[in-house]
Every structure is written in C-alpha cells, then in structure tokens.
Design a protein around this ligand. Structure first.
Ligand code: TYM
Length: 333
C-alpha cells in the first residue's frame, strides 16, 4: 500500500492581548481549513511576545486566553497539535544554532525590526533582532514546508528560506525550504481607526475587534470606524470604506456586499447602513465562537489535557530533528 505523507504545516501567534479579526481572517481561518488536509502544528509563541514590553501576569493570562480563542475558532486538537512555544525547549535550542549562521545584515533589514525599534526605542535588544531567527527555528524544528500567515509575515518566511539555504550548504541537506501560504483576499485587514495601517493590538482597543468581544462593543467600534465624506469622484474607494466592505463580505457573504457595492457605485450608499450591516454580520458570525469560549472557560482541565498531549507529540518530532542537527554541526553527544 502506498501511503502519501501529508505536508507539514507550522504557524504561530503571539499572546499579546486577545485574538482579533486580523489574526482570525488573515491566519486562523486558513489554519482551520488546513487541519483537514495537512499535518499541522500551531503554536502560541510566548517567547516572541517577550520581545516587546510586557507584564508577566498579563503574558500568562493572554497565553491562556489565546489558547481558548484558538480552540473556540475551530482549531481542533483531534486534528492538529496546539502547543506553547516555551514548553518545547528545542525551539530555542535550534534558534541559538541558527543564530550562529545568520548574518547581522540579514536581520537588520527586516521591516518589523525597524518598525518595532521606532515604536520602542528604549527597548532595543538581542531578542528583538533575533526575532526572525526564533521564528525560523519554530518552523524548521518540525521541518514544516507550509506556513499559513498574513502578508506582514512574508519577509520572515523569506528569511527562513535564506537561513535554510545557508544551513544546508554548510552542513548538508537538512531542512526543506518552507513557503508562506497567504490568502490574498484577507492578507491584510486594516485598523478601524487608522485604516491605512493594518489591524493590530498596538493601535489601541478602538482599532480592532477581538473575536470574543460582546455584541455592543463590536457595534460601537464598527459604528465609529473611520470612513470618508462619501464616494469620491474618481471612484477610488478609501481604505476605511474598503475595509468595511471586506469585513461585510467575509462575515455577511457576497449577496449583501454586492448590494452595498451597487449603492456605492450609484452613490446612494449611506455609510451608517453599511456599518450597521457589517456590525450585525460580524456579531452573528462570531456568536458560535463566543458560546464555545464560555464553555471552554468552564473546563480548565480539558485545556490542560489538550496541552499535555500536543506537547508530548510535538516535542518528539522536534527532538528527532535536533538529534540530526546536533550530529551534523558536530556537537559532542
Ligand atoms: P502575530 O501574532 O502578529 O499574528 C498572528 C497571525 O495573524 C496575522 N495577522 C494579520 N493578518 C491579516 N491582517 C491583519 N491585520 C493581521 N494581523 C495579524 C499574522 O500575519 C500572523 O499570521 N511572527 C508571528 C508569530 C510567529 C510565527 C512563527 C508565524 C512566530 N513564529 C512561525 C508563523 C511561523 C507574529 O508575530 O504573528
């Protein structure tokens, strides 16, 4: 009998606050889809969350909440592994090793390093510069070949490929070159308050919608989302309006969004109605997630069991890779 091995997938999410619609549409929906067709490992990457200022108690609570948000969004531990990065020490072991073959110049040109350095000039450290090396280690320690992410992560996956080429050149064919899997339509969900920037927790609570948020909060945030004074004469949709249309299409479907698009074209659209429809579509689509979250919150033992099983399975895979790596690079065993 011929057994076809499924392709291995890895992706991660930083537990800095709660999961928002950008994470959900840009990455998690793909994670959920791929569970059925691929061999998937998903991680809450807590070491990465430590590269920007953080509070230890919040980090702990955010990691737990992220786990709940992921399970509530459809990540099914019967179909994939869901792990916490810091519980599998092979991630950081490999990161150190990869760090010794990654030129500083490659790291200094990474756009997120420059962005974060501008945002927190007093918080420049080795961990921030090495962020993409740890991310490469996350992927490579499982020899994953597909990485479902939003488009902001593309430069990191490209860098991982460069690191793979260098490692394989120095020590022999060890790692496959992973590829980012980006869903074009939802690659970049924009902020509600500054729609020329991507939705992110760092722009303040009004700028994003958490997937576990209550209906009245969702309504309030969408109703005050930035739009424009009306369809411009050149027909070029402003980023805020385009973002609302995208959210309406994702959560409400094609029919309702085409209806509003028609109104936009014939300039009869009223943004307040577009916002109301978008808010209701989001609220309705997220209702099952809110319900599942509440159930999970009441069952902490279930979470422990899920974590334990995935941790053991993932650690075994990671250890297999590390034994090969240690031998190749000449470590004494
Ligand atoms: P993080 O935690 O910032 O985001 C998690 C995922 O959500 C996507 N995303 C978005 N997609 C569309 N629109 C948005 N506004 C938006 N905001 C976030 C991100 O692209 C990402 O896929 N460095 C990673 C975490 C990481 C990782 C890894 C990812 C660590 N190791 C290994 C893949 C493989 C990060 O900070 O994602």
């Amino acid at each position: 009998m011929i057994t076809v091995e499924k392709e291995r997938v890895f992706s991660g999410m930083r537990p800095t606050g709660r999961m928002h619609l950008g994470n959900y549409l840009g990455a998690v929906q793909n994670w959920v889809r791929m569970q059925d067709t691929h061999d998937c490992i998903y991680a809450i990457v807590d070491y990465h969350a430590m590269t920007t200022p953080y509070d230890p108690e919040e980090l702990n609570a955010d990691a737990r909440n992220m786990l709940i948000d992921l399970l509530a969004s459809g990540i099914d531990p019967e179909k994939c592994m869901l792990v916490v990065q810091s519980q599998i020490p092979q991630h950081t072991e490999l990161a150190w090793i990869l760090g010794t073959i990654t030129p500083l110049s490659w790291l200094e040109r990474v756009p997120t390093y420059k962005e974060k350095a501008d945002m927190h000039p007093d918080y420049l450290h080795l961990g921030l510069l090495g962020y993409p090396v740890l991310m490469s280690a996350d992927i490579l320690v499982y020899r994953a070949t597909r990485v479902p992410v939003g488009d902001d992560q593309k430069p990191h996956v490209e860098l991982t490929r460069e690191i793979v080429r260098r490692f394989n050149h120095l020590f022999g064919e060890t790692f496959p070159e992973p590829q980012a899997r980006i869903r074009r339509e939802t690659a970049r969900i924009m902020s509600l308050t500054e729609p020329e920037k991507k939705m992110s927790k760092s722009l303040g609570p009004q700028s994003y919608i958490g997937i576990g948020e209550e209906p009245e909060d969702i309504r309030g945030k969408i109703m005050s989302a930035v739009t424009d004074a009306g369809p411009p004469a050149d027909g070029q949709m402003s980023p805020g309006v385009a973002n609302l249309f995208l959210l309406l299409e994702c959560f409400g479907g094609d029919d309702i969004s085409s209806e509003f698009e028609q109104q936009y074209e014939d300039r009869s659209i009223r943004y307040v109605q577009l916002k109301e429809a978008t808010a209701e579509a989001i609220i309705e689509s997220l209702a099952p997630i809110r319900k599942k979250r509440r159930e999970l919150l009441e069952n902490p033992q279930l979470l422990e069991r899920i974590m334990e099983r995935s941790r053991e399975e993932a650690a075994a895979l990671a250890e297999e890779t590390m034994q090969d790596v240690r031998a190749r690079i000449g470590l004494l065993r």
